[in-house]
Design a protein around this ligand. Structure first.
Ligand code: GUN
Length: 287
């Protein structure tokens, strides 16, 4: 039997509609418009598309967005200067530095420089620490989107075995921490796997919830999926001119219980969670 499709696009649209109402109420009652500043360094075409989509989504839901486009040759100190300026600008509530940055720039140094209250990506160690301790200021956008998708699929997470494939700071690590927390849509038993994991298929086959975030096209094959499992595909890869996830989608459809498509799964949810964090940022910085 074919798996149930988890409609990230539809869920994200509903969340954006609800947020638009909340943003309007906040704007009216405080006279403050939430404002996200995005920083894009260089000419990476995929990053340019992501940033444009984030900006469009902001505008549609009443959040002001400004784009700071910097040349590929921008130095680290020039970028840090811009971050400092945005940190000090009281009209800016959220700062998003699109990754990856050019290789001559130390990403960690730049992300650490973003004021924690404006860190809508939840990349700053203070915010990561708060999240890990179960008292989040912000939730990281992609993992938060994945968690909402598991909930949307109606899958019980409490006591379930969740296997996260990939240990990145942006997705894998925070995803595992969120699923293991005490709380709703969590309380899972979590295994983090990565490129050096031995007997990976055996581990993934024991997953009730499988989060694929390894960044390799069609890496998760049907044989690696437990029948009936909930499969969340974080991957966005280009293969022969086509956008594919980290899961071999067509084959997985026959085994999984529910699965997110690529595109139309995790991607739109990441943006919806960013909008949510941008409103939270404005709230936290408005008396
Ligand atoms: N590059 C890929 N994903 C992300 C993300 O979630 N945030 C930022 N800032 N850059 C990214």
């Amino acid at each position: 039997m074919a798996a149930k499709l988890i409609d990230g696009k539809g869920l994200a649209a509903r969340i954006r509609e609800e947020l638009a109402v909340e943003v309007e109420t906040f704007h009216k009652t405080t006279d403050v418009q939430p404002h996200l500043a995005a920083v894009l360094v260089g000419e990476d075409p995929a990053s340019a598309v992501y940033v444009r989509n984030k900006q469009k989504a902001c505008e549609k839901c009443g959040i002001k967005s400004t784009l700071h486009r910097l040349d590929e040759s921008t130095s680290q100190s020039q970028l840090l200067e811009l971050v400092d300026e945005l940190n000090r600008d009281v009209a800016v509530h959220g700062i998003l530095v699109q990754l990856p940055l050019p290789s001559h720039i130390d990403e960690t140094a730049v992300l650490d420089a973003v004021a924690p209250l404006k860190d809508v990506d939840c990349f700053h160690p203070e915010n990561v620490g708060l999240m890990v301790q179960g008292r989040p200021r912000y939730l990281p956008c992609t993992p938060a989107g994945c968690q909402r998708l598991v909930a949307e699929a109606g899958v019980e997470t409490s006591g379930a075995h969740a296997v996260v494939v990939g240990r990145s700071e942006i997705v894998g690590k925070p995803m595992a921490m969120m699923l293991v927390q005490k709380g709703d849509f969590a309380n899972a038993t979590v295994t983090i796997t990565h490129s050096r994991t031995k007997d990976l298929p055996e581990i993934t086959r024991s997953a009730d919830i499988l989060i694929a975030a390894i960044g390799r096209p069609k890496f998760i094959t049907a044989e690696m999926i437990k029948p009936g499992a909930c499969v969340i595909d974080v991957g966005i890869n280009r293969l022969d001119g086509k956008l594919v996830g980290d899961v071999d989608f067509e084959a997985a459809l026959e085994v999984a219980g529910s699965i997110t498509p690529v595109p139309g799964g995790v991607g739109p949810m990441t943006i919806a969670m960013l909008l949510q964090n941008s409103l939270t940022a404005a709230r936290l910085q408005t008396d």
